[in-house]
Design a protein around this ligand. Sequence first.
Ligand SMILES: [Zn+2]
Length: 294
Amino acid sequence: MIRRHPRLFLGVLFSAALALGVATAPQDGEVDVRAEPVAGPVSVLFGEGGNIGVSSGADGILIVDDQFERLAPAIEAELAKLATDPAKAAPRYLVNTHHHGDHTGGNARFGKLATVVAHANVRKRMESDKAPAHALPVVTYGEGGASLWWNGEELRLIHVPNGHTDGDTVVWFTGSKVVHLGDLYFQLGYPFVDVASGGNVLGLAEGLRALLGELPADVRCIPGHGTVTGKKELDEYVTMIETITARVRERHAKGESADAMLAAGVTKDFDGRWGSFAFVPPKKFVESVVASLQ
Ligand SMILES: [Zn+2]
């Protein structure tokens, strides 16, 4: 479990502010970065910002996302513990699931150690966000995705077009049966969909539904934020998005406002499970569905 203390809440808000390009004062103080084994050579690091996937084995270390630059020392300390060989503790590859600062902030450090890999739109957006040159992805791909062969398995980098953003990658560890979904999966609550960066709720639901059809029953799912789950929980998340989207679509076609939809209870039966994530209250999610229908 992620420790639910005030720092997590602040972290979520801070991440969200970064995601939206809002200037915020840097935070000081201790952040707990903690590793949890998932399956085979794959672990996850929880800290502040997007969850970090780690593959550690004979080939060395590969990471998926890297939170914030100021957490790099704490992340490196955890990677050193996970390394099978102390001489191979520095990550050789870094895959970014998308461009948001709570997933790529650490590139300022890890881009000096690892080859950074991401969808082409991640590089584009980081360039326009004025990220330092060494933090940018140096291997990029398009709609067809790519494969990385690491620690005895194929990692499929699957691009989901127009989901959380327009540059999302799902990392599918085919041998370990682990999938890192980045912010396509917000296990904490209703999804945040960055429509201004090419995200779309319909694309998000469609991409995840297609993926669910491909994944085995015993897959472990690492969300961008929240705890690792099984396939059933991911399915429930996608069903929630599909159900609310269908309701909103019907009412939107009749010219109803987001406020009227909420008053009519379009999210009501889901609010108990998904409505308490402070950054995405029901209203914000419904508005992002409406924006996705434009
Ligand atoms: Zn994000």
